[in-house]
Write a protein that binds this ligand. Structure first.
Ligand code: ADP
Ligand code: MG
Length: 246
């Protein structure tokens, strides 16, 4: 479904990704780990089509189509959703209005139908109806922001969900809800690309079928199974980098 081939990406004239290869088949669960600055967010934002991230080599194929030149909006229409590492505040835009618009545009629901669905799903992510009348992320805690990203994902039901550190800045209780929701989406058939530092977010996820990639300096230097997560949690990255001669 997603095929990243020898991807090179520049940000402000600096090469950040230096030849990334990654293939995600329908329904698969992939995890990307790596130290700060290794290029994880760059990979996520480039797949989602952020204009600041310039592809200087390689291709991104989604269901066989080269999407390098597509706008973020067109990528979203094809089923790619990115949950941001730091979800932005949007002053003046109410959550409910934003989500209604998304459902009307992407799913063809009428606004009333959309409203009811949003309220129902929001409850599962601990948002009451009154919360939905707040502005998007304004004054939100880390946990609330990440839960709101998950709410969008649950409502949209993307083909590919990219989660950029859904566990950063999140309290333990939110972490558990988020982990469960990720697993729920995965079970419903969404392919997942999850970027994380810690194994904890995988608490509710069946690690047997997870593929783990370790990034360093803009490249994937090792790929393995769920056991890599535990190894990294215990030993950090140094050991792995030594093994692969990085
Ligand atoms: P990670 O998510 O693994 O911590 P990033 O992809 O955010 O890493 O960053 C990789 C490198 O690219 C870092 O050195 C960072 O400073 C640089 N970088 C990323 N985004 C930008 C940007 N928008 N402007 C300038 N430099 C950036
Ligand atoms: Mg990052």
């Amino acid at each position: 479904m997603l095929k990243v081939e020898n991807l090179h990406v520049e940000v402000e004239n600096r090469e950040i990704l230096r030849g990334v290869d990654l293939e995600i088949k329908p329904g698969e669960f992939h995890v990307v780990m790596g130290p700060n600055g290794s290029g994880k967010s760059t990979l996520a934002l480039t797949i989602a089509g952020h204009p600041k991230y310039r592809v200087t080599g390689g291709r991104i194929l989604f269901n066989g189509e080269n999407i390098n030149e597509l706008s973020p909006d067109e990528r979203a229409k094809r089923g790619i959703l990115l949950a941001f590492q730091v979800p932005p505040e949007v002053e003046g835009v109410k959550i409910i209005e934003f989500l209604q618009q998304v459902l009307v545009e992407l799913k063809g629901l009428d606004p009333v139908e959309a409203y009811d669905l949003i309220v129902k799903k929001a409850e599962e992510l601990w948002f009451g109806e009154e919360d939905l009348h707040r502005y998007v992320n304004v004054g939100f805690s880390g946990g609330e922001r990440k839960r709101l990203e998950l709410l969008q994902a649950v409502l949209i039901g993307p083909k590919l969900l990219i989660l950029d550190e859904p566990d950063s800045g999140v309290d333990v209780d939110s972490l558990s809800v988020i982990s469960r929701k990720i697993e729920e989406l995965h079970k419903k058939g969404t392919s997942i690309l999850l970027i994380t530092h810690y194994g904890r977010i995988l608490e509710h996820i069946d690690k047997e079928n997870v593929k783990v990639h370790v990034m360093k300096d803009g490249r994937i230097v090792k790929t393995g199974g769920g056991e890599l997560v535990e190894k990294i949690d215990k030993e950090g990255f140094a050991e792995i980098f030594e093994e692969v001669g990085e």
